[in-house]
Design a protein around this ligand. Structure first.
Ligand SMILES: NC(=O)c1ccc[n+]([C@@H]2O[C@H](COP(=O)([O-])OP(=O)(O)OC[C@H]3O[C@@H](n4cnc5c(N)ncnc54)[C@H](OP(=O)(O)O)[C@@H]3O)[C@@H](O)[C@H]2O)c1
Length: 221
């Protein structure tokens, strides 16, 4: 059955590969971005641009772009990575990451609550850098804070949406060769999207609220 799928951060990186993958599967994809790209335009997805997930105005733009659309899968993928060092912490970049990486997915999800069908799924693309147990190297204050906060918000979403039959996954893509990491990384964005989609396929109400690596490993909080 054709599904309606919403992907944020769809113009490049892992988000763009999600769009390509679900378009190949024959799903109806709504590609949400601030500004489209040539590669995104080629996919044939419906493009909803002008959506900055770090701004409150994104909710109205999303509701307008997705009016009357029943959504079976929402992938909150948009995110940023900045760097801060102790002794010279940049509180502005820490706040930016919190607004985009933590509040962004919450804003998008809340804006689309009425669009999400019973039995729908929500994927939150987080990072193992948000794992407290896995933090063996320190640093990256803003990114770690924002993704740890996203993780706990995701668990609350899983609890709150269970009565509506909606399952929520917290997914770490792996170390992926995108702009975010200067093109370095162990795997391509195509492979990351493929693996993440496999995890989303396995998501159900029984395992909702879990934190997985895209390779299937369950990650510690
Ligand atoms: N790459 C990795 O190794 C890695 C590892 C762990 C987790 N992740 C997570 O995976 C997700 C995707 O990252 P990526 O590697 O594909 O990074 P990327 O290539 O830098 O892409 C980031 C995407 O997020 C969008 N975005 C950034 N700020 C936004 C905003 N304020 N409003 C709307 N969209 C915004 C970007 O759009 P613009 O073009 O408009 O900036 C772009 O589409 C992120 O959540 C990231 O934290 C990545």
């Amino acid at each position: 059955m054709t599904k309606s799928i919403v992907v944020t951060g769809a113009n490049r990186g892992i988000g763009l590969e999600f769009v390509k993958l679900y378009c190949r599967r024959g799903d109806k994809v709504y590609a949400v971005c601030r500004q489209s790209s040539a590669a995104l335009a080629e996919t044939g997805a419906d493009i909803i641009d002008g959506v900055d997930v770090g701004s409150e105005a994104c909710a109205a733009r999303l509701r307008e772009g997705l009016a009357n659309v029943r959504v079976q899968l929402l992938i909150n993928n948009a995110g940023i990575l900045r760097d801060e060092k102790l002794g010279e912490l940049n509180y502005a970049t820490i706040e930016d990451q919190f607004h985009i990486n933590t509040l962004g997915p919450l804003r998008v999800t809340e804006a689309l609550l009425d669009n999400l069908e019973e039995g729908a799924k929500i994927a939150l693309i987080t990072s193992r850098m948000g794992s407290i147990a896995d933090n063996s190297s320190g640093g990256r204050y803003g990114y770690r804070i924002s993704k740890a906060a996203l993780n706990i918000a995701g668990v609350s979403l899983a609890h709150d949406l269970k009565p509506r039959g909606i399952a929520v996954a917290l997914l770490h893509p792996g170390y992926v060769a995108t702009d975010m990491v200067g093109g370095r990384g162990d795997i391509s964005p195509e492979l990351a999207a493929e693996r993440l989609a496999a995890r989303i396929d396995e998501l159900n109400l029984g395992n909702s609220g879990s934190f997985w690596h895209s390779n299937g490993e369950l990650l510690p909080w």
